[in-house]
Design a protein around this ligand. Structure first.
Ligand code: AMP
Length: 282
């Protein structure tokens, strides 16, 4: 596996290869990331992973400075998972000057849920992913990029970005990898104390319960959904969480559901100082 830090080095590493399969990450890799790498491996001629903690997608009070940076261990895991090229730019490689041009996603999709509680988050995500796509896929006729369903809204926003800019890139979704108790794997799980780690699975359990209730109320969902959501939020709050949202949405555009819509439940909540997110398609 080749490790490169600069755009010119990445381009020359990929010059001899055909279609890239690409897995962007912020590092501190766990089995969720590695599952995406293994899924992506047969989808291209060369497997590229990136590690970059993207300042643009963090709010000033968030964990940009403390986000775990574990490049050496990550590189070993990627090598073992079959990665061919690791692109690990430093900040000055990707943002040599302040990034004043940005990709502004559709507010209907990007200013709700995560975007409501983390204003500007999806602008930061779209901007860095566009930049990474330009770095990896420049000069290539086609490519594939794999993203996790764990970040459900992110995947939808990026699909819309690819569609609206007619990028010659296929986006593929990877299923959420979970710990044995059902907690979705996340780099941020490392922030949890032992007691919080025991408790953390309750977010996914609350979402599963909300999903079950949404199914049994399917015929009257538009009227009942607010009450179901409130009950789910209160149940989690009673356990000491600070929920941002636990909600039932339609899969097509993440708006409140109508009868007959295919559904997804999504949630975000803080346990202590750690903010966790999860979702299930219903
Ligand atoms: P991150 O490093 O958190 O930015 O995530 C990089 C990629 O890994 C994104 O596409 C995430 O959706 C994906 N990912 C994160 N956690 C998981 C998980 N538990 N299962 C599957 N994919 C994941």
């Amino acid at each position: 596996m080749l490790i490169v830090h600069t755009l010119p080095d990445l381009r020359s590493a990929l010059a001899a290869h055909g279609r890239p399969a690409f897995v962007p990450t912020m590092g501190n890799l766990h089995d969720g990331h590695l599952a995406l790498v293994r899924q992506a491996k047969p989808l291209g001629d060369v497997l590229v992973a990136s590690i970059f903690v993207n300042r643009l997608q963090f709010l000033p009070h968030e964990d940009f400075d403390s986000y775990p940076r574990t490049l050496e261990a990550d590189a070993a895991k990627l090598r073992a998972a079959g990665c061919d090229v690791l692109f690990a730019p430093r900040e000055q490689d990707l943002y040599p000057e302040p990034q004043t041009f940005k990709v502004q996603p559709d507010p209907l999709l990007a200013d709700i849920l995560e975007g409501q509680f983390r204003p500007g988050f999806f602008t930061g995500v779209c901007t860095v992913v566009m930049k990474l796509f330009c770095a990896v896929f420049a000069g290539k006729a086609q490519g594939t990029a794999v993203f996790g369903q764990k970040d459900y809204q992110q995947l939808m926003v990026l699909r819309r970005m690819v569609q609206q800019f007619a990028l010659p890139i296929e986006l593929v979704a990877g299923p959420t990898q979970r710990a044995e108790d059902g907690l979705a794997l996340s780099s941020r799980n490392g922030y949890l104390s032992e007691a919080e780690r025991q408790e953390a699975v309750q977010l996914s359990l609350a979402l599963r319960a909300l999903a079950r209730e949404a199914v049994s109320a399917a015929h009257a969902l538009p009227n009942q959904v607010a009450a179901l959501e409130q009950r789910a939020r209160e149940a989690l709050a009673a356990r000491g969480w600070q929920p941002d949202y636990l909600t039932v949405r339609r899969r097509s555009d993440l708006q409140p559901p109508q009868v007959g819509d295919a559904l997804v439940v999504l949630g975000a909540a803080r346990l202590g100082t750690t903010r966790l997110i999860d979702n299930f398609e219903v």
